[in-house]
Design a protein around this ligand. Structure first.
Ligand SMILES: Nc1ncnc2c1ncn2[C@@H]1O[C@H](COP(=O)(O)OP(=O)(O)OP(=O)(O)O)[C@@H](O)[C@H]1O
Ligand SMILES: Nc1ncnc2c1ncn2[C@@H]1O[C@H](COP(=O)(O)OP(=O)(O)OP(=O)(O)O)[C@@H](O)[C@H]1O
Ligand SMILES: [Mg+2]
Ligand SMILES: [Mg+2]
Lengths: 228, 228
């Protein structure tokens, strides 16, 4: 489903070039559950942003479902994102003065094929799945850090994407809530979704079928969990 | 150094009252290293905001160094904060289009007793202590999540506070970087600072002299680590 080849991504800061990703190549097959780990600054978010069509590589090829993302227009990329990809940002990116319910409904707001009633019930369902049924009318600034993180998770599920990209989706959750979220992801995986899960928690990495480790913008390790 | 008695804190959302803290009472002695744990939404950030003089309780007393915070004016509270408390926010609160260096210098910007040169060298020292010497001129949006978290940590140290309040200061850091930050906190503790460290990571809780556990706004557990 994903094929990336020799992806480079650098940023320019003043006179310096920061190489966030250096010749990264791999393939992800439909239905895989892949955890991505690596030290702070190793390139995980940069990689996920490229895979999520939110950022373009400096060079290299990205094929999603056989389609070249590089050759797409900005509008085509936005369409791919809204139809195929659910993204959970490391910093959530919730709308500030907006309720949890409205934040979760957002991806379906301009979808003409979904009525307001269906949109609302899907959003309530997603909020229940992350344990926030009693917080639906709280605005983003009236939620705890972990509750905000879970709103971001619920929002990523609402348009029923085939692929979920999660950038540290449990970084602000206690152990028990983290495992509840992991169990949710395992259910989604069992339903056939492809999941890429960036995490700093090595315990969570045991639950995936495959582990990628980044270091200084390169793939240090790409291994399959043989007991899964 | 800290004495809180029967602290209540509720928020009003629509017609509902959310009891974030319910009759919380404890004392913290100078030089203690206390970890605070609890499930998402249990009241940890609310408690830390009150202890950091950023929020006032709905009722109850808070004495810091023998002074009643409730009876202080807004200006007096701001003075206590800038002189005695270093705060690391769960969502960092960095200035967006501003470099790491400028963000760390901020608490000393209006301190007439510190020259621009001393301020800059202190900021560079703090950034080195968190491993970001090579990122000082990056703006906040040019940093990874864990790098932003570490800028927030460096900023909290620069005015040499006697008390550090850290709200999930390692939530976005990989294991090795987390332990580097923990070692930094242990050095600061050895220098005599009082540290309150909210964390979701039970492994880190072993490094403190005392553990508080919150649940539904109450203290569930208050225990001393006998092997430390
Ligand atoms: N401004 C607010 N208005 C209304 N409710 C609030 C507000 N701030 C916090 N709450 C509620 O108070 C409770 C405690 O919030 P708090 O942020 O202290 O939790 P926490 O323990 O820090 O959680 P986390 O581990 O997820 O960061 C939560 O249930 C939250 O929804
Ligand atoms: N917009 C940008 N401009 C300049 N440098 C950047 C930019 N975004 C990221 N970087 C740099 O690229 C490197 C990789 O960043 P990235 O956010 O991908 O790391 P990460 O692996 O997600 O880290 P973390 O675990 O801390 O979130 C970092 O060293 C960072 O400083
Ligand atoms: Mg990141
Ligand atoms: Mg919190």
């Amino acid at each position: 489903i994903i094929k990336i080849e020799k992806i480079h991504r650098y940023f320019t800061v003043g006179e310096e070039r920061v190489h966030a990703l250096r010749e990264v190549s791999f393939q992800i097959y439909p239905g895989e559950f892949v955890t991505i780990m690596g030290t702070s600054g190793s390139g995980k978010s940069t990689l996920l942003n490229i895979l999520g069509c939110l950022d373009a590589p400096s060079s290299g090829e990205y094929l999603l479902d056989g389609q070249s993302i590089r050759q797409m227009s900005k509008d085509q990329r936005a369409e791919v994102r809204s139809q195929k990809i659910g993204f959970i940002f490391q910093s959530y990116n919730l709308l500030p003065k907006t309720t949890a319910l409205e934040n979760v409904e957002l991806p379906l707001l301009y979808n003409a094929s979904v009525s307001a009633q269906v949109r609302k019930s899907k959003a309530l369902e997603a909020l229940q799945a992350v344990g926030l049924s009693d917080r639906v009318f709280h605005k983003s600034n009236q939620l705890s850090g972990g509750q905000q993180q879970r709103v971001a998770i619920a929002r990523s599920l609402i348009n029923n994407p085939i692929m979920l990209l999660a950038d540290e989706a449990t970084g602000n959750l206690d152990t028990r809530t983290s495992y509840e979220i992991l169990a949710l992801f395992q259910r989604l995986h069992a339903e056939g979704k492809t999941i890429l899960f960036v995490t700093h928690n090595p315990d969570l990495a045991r639950f995936s079928s495959r582990n990628l480790v980044l270091r200084d913008g390169r793939i240090l390790e790409d291994s399959y969990n043989t007991d899964r």
